[in-house]
Design a protein around this ligand. Structure first.
Ligand code: SAH
Ligand code: SF4
Ligand code: F3S
Length: 454
């Protein structure tokens, strides 16, 4: 693809407004929020909805195919038909920046800054350079440094993300994450407890602990004892004003007994577990370099369900991994039936440059992948609906996250992360006790019983 515009020439005017567009996983969303705060501190304000921004940060994801092409077309859209004075200044951040930063600088002269996911704390300095007309790339991977540079939180929504762990050493053969996010690191316990307290003070009622491999988090508590994720969850359980704790994404290899017990013991820990399996076939799992078998995964889930019988289980699946046969794919359908997922994400295999699977033989044709994905999603959908139907008649709390489409209507999440909607005189962040009255494939209708908190 050709460069989209001529290179920017100095001097560039300092941007007054910005927009951060985040793609990909929740960790990217967390990073995007932190970049926004860094820009706020610099006195730049978010562009009002529907208006052009002076600075656009494209916070990219590299997990799917054509991720880079999408960035180039976004850049094209932002700059098309505009003179340099009118075109926004563009920063490319996130995982595509990490993987293809130099290429982006060469191909898209309209881009002023390329900043990798571990370097975004340097964005304000890079911006100063960009205003002086200098294009800058920073894809260093200094562990943890970005977290030390976090500015003060602005007002938080009822739900907040908290990145506790980053990076991945698992090297599943299809996956780019170890290359874009680097090796596993855990943020220190005391920083996290402090950050969680800050989030709650800013208005969060629910915190989701994030990590590419969140269950591999480890640290030392205030007494210097080694603790795993369950220890951190127990510490957050003691944070006044925090009502709900969730965590994602876990890897079956790093789930320890303490985390399983925590699901039975910690009231604030929600009954929901996202535990990707990827395939139900042991040969495919081995070729993927997943360290579990279908059977070990099922046994692990049994232990979680013994600790918390109403646990909602979610997962990730890939169909059409190189060499996957029809019979092997059917094992995946079988594991879906065995687990009875409340929810799951499913993807067609996408060869990612630089990963071992991309050069494996027997790449599965697209039509076959399409057909398998449809059958898989039909299976997941059946279990999801059954899970929602089984919830009808239950009484539970719903945390209001946003307004519904109709006046007086509210949308929130049940403890099992189902979307539930109801009407009444409430406000964002209210925790409302409801009875679930009607199930749909993707949501439930609810009837409020009493108002618990204002
Ligand atoms: N660390 C998490 C999630 C990683 S990315 C985990 O290991 O579970 C989220 C999901 O994207 C993965 O679980 C996988 O299902 C999917 N994914 C990753 N690379 C992919 C690829 N090359 N093709 C298709 N799906 C992929
Ligand atoms: Fe990717 Fe595997 Fe690491 Fe998950 S565990 S981020 S799928 S390499
Ligand atoms: Fe995508 Fe990077 Fe997350 S590749 S899924 S944004 S870690």
């Amino acid at each position: 693809m050709k460069p989209t515009t001529e290179p920017r020439t100095p001097p560039n005017t300092a941007p007054k407004t910005y927009r951060v567009k985040s793609f990909g996983c929740q960790m990217n969303v967390y990073d995007g929020e932190r970049m926004a705060e860094l820009l706020d501190e610099k006195g730049i304000t978010p562009a009002p909805e529907g208006e052009d921004a002076d600075l656009v940060v494209l916070n990219t994801c590299h997990i799917r195919e054509r991720a880079a092409e999408k960035i180039y077309s976004d850049i094209g859209r932002l700059t098309k038909g505009k003179t340099q004075e009118k075109a926004p200044m563009i920063a490319v951040a996130g995982c595509v920046a990490q993987a293809e930063g130099e290429e982006i600088m060469k191909r898209a002269p309209a881009v002023s800054m390329v900043v990798g996911p571990q370097a975004y704390h340097r964005l304000p300095d890079m911006l100063d350079k960009a205003v002086a007309g200098e294009r800058a790339t920073d894809t260093d991977m200094p562990p943890i440094a970005k977290f030390d540079a976090l500015p003060k939180r602005r007002k938080s929504a009822p739900t907040a993300f908290l990145t506790v762990q980053e990076g991945c050493d698992k090297f599943c053969t299809y996956c780019v994450v170890p290359y874009t996010r680097g090796m596993e690191i855990s943020r220190p316990y005391s920083d996290l407890v402090r950050e969680a307290q800050g989030l709650v003070e800013a208005g969060a009622k629910e915190i989701t602990l994030l990590g590419q491999n969140v269950s591999a988090w480890s640290g030392e508590d205030e007494k210097g004892r080694a603790v795993g994720l369950a220890g951190l969850i127990r510490a957050l359980d003691r944070v006044d004003g925090l009502e709900r704790i969730r965590y994602t994404t876990s890897h079956p290899a790093d789930m320890d007994d303490d985390l399983i017990s925590a699901h039975g013991e910690v009231a604030k820990l929600m009954p929901y577990l996202h535990l990707p399996v990827q395939s139900g076939n042991d040969r495919v799992l081995k070729a993927m370099n997943r360290s579990h078998t279908a059977d070990s995964y099922l046994r692990l889930l049994e232990r979680f369900r013994a600790a918390r019988p109403d646990l909602a289980i979610s997962g990730d699946f890939i169909v059409g991994f190189p060499g996957e046969t029809e019979a092997e794919f059917e094992d995946t359908l079988r594991i879906v039936d065995a687990v009875r997922y409340a929810h799951a994400f499913s993807f067609k295999y996408s060869p990612r440059p630089g990963t071992p699977a991309a050069t494996m033989e027997d790449q599965v044709p697209l039509e076959v992948m399409d057909e398998r994905l449809q059958r898989l999603q039909a299976g997941i959908g059946r279990h999801q609906l059954a899970f929602n139907e089984a919830s009808v008649g239950k009484t539970c709390e719903v945390l209001i996250e946003r307004k519904g489409k109709l006046p007086g209507q509210w949308l929130g999440k049940t403890p099992w992360l189902q979307s539930a909607w109801f009407e009444g005189d409430y406000a964002l962040g209210d925790l409302v006790t409801v009875e679930l009255v009607e199930a749909n494939p993707n949501s439930l209708a609810a009837r409020p019983l009493v108002k618990v908190t204002a």
